[in-house]
Write a protein that binds this ligand. Structure first.
Ligand code: ADP
Ligand code: MG
Length: 267
């Protein structure tokens, strides 16, 4: 059974008395462990598809099964719980709380799980920050971090519940090319470690980090193929002196049972 199965998905937005057909019948399946780039010009339906995959929105018609669960059968609360437990979402504009430390931002998704104690929340937040090579930055607020570091905090927040699926809508859209390479190296390392990743980009170079490329046009899939000439981040030459904190300085996760190893974004 695939992790994601969608069949005949449509989405119609009603704008005044005009119907906007954002998705016109999208069918595809994505297995656990895949790494998928979704491309397509502006307005082709990429964000609509991501919102539905992320349980943030429901389709007008068609079926979406995540991990075998037909989301149409879920109540609002059940869908919110499924989203919180199984899906991590990363946005172009980071969406971090400004007056809140990196660790507290990462803890947020855990606040909904009443059975997780404060100490456990902190431990997991530090572990997630270690996975994105931000150990030592736990107490920094967003304005004390670079754009790339802020996006890594957002990725740590998406990972903190150990979701089955990591979704990212143009995660490097606000970043320059050096930081984009660093973020894509991190996302590729997460996929190498087993995470399922689906992300949107409109840059062909960025899509080449993925293993599979899906192109949407006017709400339909027009291309769905393996990525030829994949970019393998760990084979790239070392970047110029990375921004401070790009390499773990200490690891909150080291030595703890069951904790995944910290991932390095540069060799
Ligand atoms: P993309 O992310 O590929 O740029 P979107 O999924 O955001 O595309 O949008 C697909 C189409 O749906 C566009 O025509 C857009 O204007 C329309 N659309 C998206 N969201 C809404 C909304 N909330 N209300 C009305 N129309 C929308
Ligand atoms: Mg979009």
């Amino acid at each position: 059974m695939a992790l994601i199965e969608i069949d005949g998905l449509t989405k119609v937005y009603r704008l005044g008395d005009v119907d906007v057909h954002a998705l016109r019948g999208v069918s595809l399946s994505i297995e656990a462990g895949e790494f998928v780039a979704i491309m397509g010009s502006s307005g082709s339906g990429k964000s609509t598809l991501m919102s539905i995959l992320g349980g943030l929105d429901r389709p007008t018609a068609g079926v979406y099964r995540l991990d075998g669960i037909d989301i149409a059968t879920l109540s609002r609360d059940e869908l919110a719980r499924l989203r919180n437990e199984k899906i991590g979402f990363v946005f172009q504009s980071f969406h971090l709380l400004a007056r809140t430390t990196a660790a507290e931002n990462v803890e947020l998704p855990l606040l909904y799980s009443r059975h997780v104690s404060g100490a456990e929340r902190r431990r997991r937040a530090h572990e997630a920050l270690a996975r994105v090579a931000l150990s030592g930055r736990e107490e920094h607020r967003p304005n004390q971090l670079s754009g790339g570091q802020q996006q890594r905090v957002a990725i740590a927040r998406a990972l903190v519940n150990r979701p089955s699926l990591l979704l990212a809508d143009e995660p490097t859209g606000n970043l320059d090319s050096r930081v984009t390479a660093e973020i894509m190296a991190l996302i590729q390392a997460l996929n190498d470690a087993g995470d399922t990743v689906v992300f949107v980009t409109h840059e062909p170079d960025v899509a080449r980090y993925a293993k599979r490329r899906i192109v949407l046009k006017d709400g339909l899939v027009v291309t769905d193929e393996p990525v030829a000439n994949r970019t393998i981040a760990k084979d790239l030459p070392a970047p110029e002196p990375a921004e401070a904190g790009a390499v773990p300085t200490s690891s909150g996760a080291r030595g703890e049972a069951g904790a995944p190893p910290p991932l390095r974004t540069s060799p």
